[in-house]
Write a protein that binds this ligand. Sequence first.
Ligand SMILES: *Cc1c(COP(=O)(O)O)cnc(C)c1O
Length: 417
Amino acid sequence: MRSYCRRLDLILDTAEGSVVRDVTGREYLDFVAGAGSLNYGHNDPDMRAALIAHLERRGISHSLDMFSSAKRAFLTAFESLVLLPRGMDHRVQFTGPTGANAVEAALKLARKVTGRTNVIAFTNGFHGVSQGALAATGNRHHRGGPEIPLYGVTRMPYDGYLGDGIDTAELLDRMLHDPSSGLDAPAAILLETVQGEGGLNVASPAWVRRIAELASTSGALLVVDDIQAGCGRTGTFFSFEPFGIVPDLVVLSKSISGYGLPMALLLIRPEYDVWLPGEHNGTFRGNVHAFVTARVALEKFWSTRDFAADVARRSNLLARRLAEAAALVPGATVKGRGMMCGIDVGSGAYAAAVVRRCFADGLMLETAGSYDQVVKVLPPLTTPHKLLDDGLDILLAATGAVASARETRSSSGLVTA
Ligand SMILES: *Cc1c(COP(=O)(O)O)cnc(C)c1O
């Protein structure tokens, strides 16, 4: 079951910002960032201080779903800094602390609201690995686990899946409206605006708007899984903000606590909050320590526009330097949006070689995509320009070295693959 630690084989000890240290004292730049759970870096000093203060004053640490001062402070900050400025009046449901549990809640609720079973999810989508969420996840490796049918989901092609010039929203439109298409009326349309695990595929604003419209005209709830793309990763708090849509349900997890603590929530348009008390129950609904750090994260990074502007500048730097790296590999392309980006180098073996080389040189990276062919670059959003540049220098050197090693081997006739 081990996965990340097979490739990133070190014994982690301490960490600060974008740098982690292993037990021997060796430092690594962390451009994995907990798969997007550490958007504000490791051990942010203000979050740490607030958490220590909470512990020192015997702040409550577990409260089931009862009210607490920490929960109140988080909700107040979330409402005033996130929801109200974006014209959203969604209710906040704290689910169990994993992304998958919040996705389960979203699918359950959409089915309960509509009385329908079918959920439309997309190729390369990743929504977690519990059985309900797994049904919506595309990845065959993960889907192979349970050996029982994964049902209730119809797979449709994501934006760009069939190549340029084929509008997959048009296909969905036709199938939804053709009474003989075989597509059952959906309870929900579930999507990521940038597919994190699926290979950093980006949906265009027009496509997302059309899907939102189709959800509305077909009586389905639009569910955006913003677990990885949210919390600033693409440049705005929610990944869908620039598109001018407001989903019926939004799933957040990963970086919502700000500190890498487990926390997940579901945002629900008030008219769809048809839950009965405790219906989607759970012992750890509302991690109090996460409330403390999550509040600080919102107040520190989202009370002005400065942070979003910083992220935009860093995104530009990333895009520019990733284009340089991609230019070293024939056929490689830059993927992603904002600081959720990477390069598709065409094969899993190639991407793994780049990641291995980077790791040896002190940079932690991961891969994504159908064939793990995308080198994924997910630095903390707070990474200073200097460290971003250092990391990208390592990536460029590694990409070049792997490219020339391949060149030499294939021209000497040793390797033909
Ligand atoms: C990570 C992730 C999930 C699952 O979250 P877990 O906490 O691992 O259950 C779901 N959707 C997306 C988009 C994710 O990135």
